[in-house]
Every structure is written in structure tokens, then in C-alpha cells.
Design a protein around this ligand. Structure first.
Ligand SMILES: [Zn+2]
Length: 138
């Protein structure tokens, strides 16, 4: 489990791995006992903890026991993929799993500003096909 804590020495927020017993602040060098630090946020995914620390607002989290919207979770996951081919297959597989048939608008929602370009590339590489006008599947 990873957590956002505030350093008892300099008060700056940082990420610690709670499976370690101690941590050292990268800003002031103060060593701290992790069990004694006040945790503001924790999650098993270090990437999510870093994004929350950096103030990213679209991090999909369980809120009041309600799981995150699958489309928002997919958009977030895809936004971390830099390789275009992996981005295409994650988008196609995710949309197929969530929606069955999906549209250009759905692809645009997952890859904002690049939906059309990615849809064309997905069609060209036979990753998806048009099942009826404007509707796609893997
Ligand atoms: Zn510090």
C-alpha cells in the first residue's frame, strides 16, 4: 500500500510505501517512522497515489462504496499508455468489454482530441470493424 503523508520535518507532502517501516523525506532528509505518519490518502497503485498527490482530478476511485464509472476508469488507464498500438488495443478491448458495440464518440471520450485519428488507425489495422453504420466492435 502506498500513501500520501505530510513530512513532520518540512510539512511537504510526499508518497511513502507503507510496506517499509521507515522513509526519508526527499526534500529535507528527515527520517520518519511510517506507522506514525498521518495518511491523507492511500491506495495499492503507486501511480494513482502519485496522480492524487499531483492534484490530477480524473483519478477513478471508489467513492462512498460506489466503484468508479468504467468509462472514466478506462480513459484514465489509457491516458497512461504512451505506445500508440497499446493505446489502440486497450481502447478497443475496454470499449468492447464495457459497451459491446461502440461509436466514434466513445473512442473520442477515451482518447480526447484524437478519437477520429485513432479510430481510423484501428480500422486500418483490423483491430476493430464496423458492424453497422458508425458502430464498431473488436
Ligand atoms: Zn521533509
Amino acid at each position: 500500500m502506498f500513501a500520501i503523508v505530510s513530512c513532520p520535518g518540512c510539512s511537504k507532502e510526499r508518497v511513502v510505501d507503507l510496506s517499509s517501516s521507515t522513509s526519508v523525506c526527499p526534500y529535507c532528509g528527515r527520517k520518519a517512522d511510517n506507522a506514525l505518519l498521518a495518511v491523507r490518502f492511500s491506495h495499492q497503485d503507486q501511480g494513482i497515489v502519485r496522480d492524487v498527490l499531483q492534484g490530477r482530478e480524473d483519478v477513478p476511485l471508489v467513492k462512498d462504496g460506489v466503484p468508479p464509472d468504467p468509462m472514466e476508469a478506462l480513459r484514465y488507464a489509457v491516458s497512461h499508455i504512451s505506445d500508440p498500438e497499446q493505446k489502440m488495443s486497450a481502447t478497443a478491448e475496454g470499449l468492447d468489454r464495457i459497451k459491446g458495440e461502440f461509436t466514434l464518440d466513445d473512442i473520442e471520450h477515451i482518447i480526447p482530441g484524437q478519437g477520429r485519428r485513432f479510430a481510423e488507425a484501428m480500422l486500418e489495422s483490423c483491430l476493430i470493424h464496423e458492424v453497422s453504420y458508425g458502430r464498431y466492435r473488436i
